[in-house]
Design a protein around this ligand. Structure first.
Ligand SMILES: Cc1cc2nc3c(=O)[nH]c(=O)nc-3n(C[C@H](O)[C@H](O)[C@H](O)COP(=O)(O)O)c2cc1C
Length: 154
């Protein structure tokens, strides 16, 4: 075992393959979305998931004020959507979506979509963990997920 450094810690985390999600919300009729791979399941009963946001994110206050988010799990043909929402100012006009009854945008043709109520926010290290109760889901069994591994789409 090697003693932990910033470099080998990041490299070690990159060996864990993840899916990619876009976490999105609606604040005063303005839509916000961010590419996130810190999404994880947390509890089956009640149905809870979590994701974490960098303290330095320019949209941190928007998500901190939000009561709900949609979590859109991308399919393997949606790399451009992942790239779009990894930018500071993503372009919603490039994305097919509809608005759910609570105002959150739901991206079309995802492997699955979750609509969630944010029930807790926990500051840890340089991130904030958002704990979310899932209220609605949509699954598209025919699509395969976009995978992120070794800092690349795979
Ligand atoms: C594959 C991938 C996964 C990411 N996962 C996260 C994440 O879990 N949490 C986070 O805060 N940022 C994550 N980001 C970075 C954000 O998408 C990006 O920094 C952000 O949208 C830039 O704008 P901001 O400064 O307005 O937040 C990820 C980026 C990529 C490409």
């Amino acid at each position: 075992m090697n003693k932990i450094t910033k470099e080998n810690f990041k490299k070690t985390l990159s060996t864990f393959a993840t899916g990619i999600t876009v976490v999105a919300t609606n604040n005063d009729y303005v839509l916000y979305g961010k590419t996130i791979n810190s999404f994880s399941s947390l509890s089956l009963s009640p149905p809870l998931v979590l994701f974490s946001l960098d303290n330095k994110s320019s949209k941190l206050n928007i998500f901190r004020k939000s009561n709900s988010v949609s979590i859109n799990i991308l399919n393997k043909k949606q790399k451009l959507i992942s790239d779009n929402f990894a930018r500071k100012n993503p372009d919603w006009s490039k994305v097919e979506y509809y608005i759910f009854k609570n105002g959150n945008p739901i991206i079309k043709n995802c492997v699955s979509n979750l609509n969630c109520k944010i029930i807790d926010r926990i500051k840890k290290g340089d991130h904030i963990i958002f704990i979310c109760k899932v209220t609605h889901v949509l699954i598209n069994n025919k699509l395969q997920p976009l995978i992120y591994y070794n800092s690349k789409y795979s």
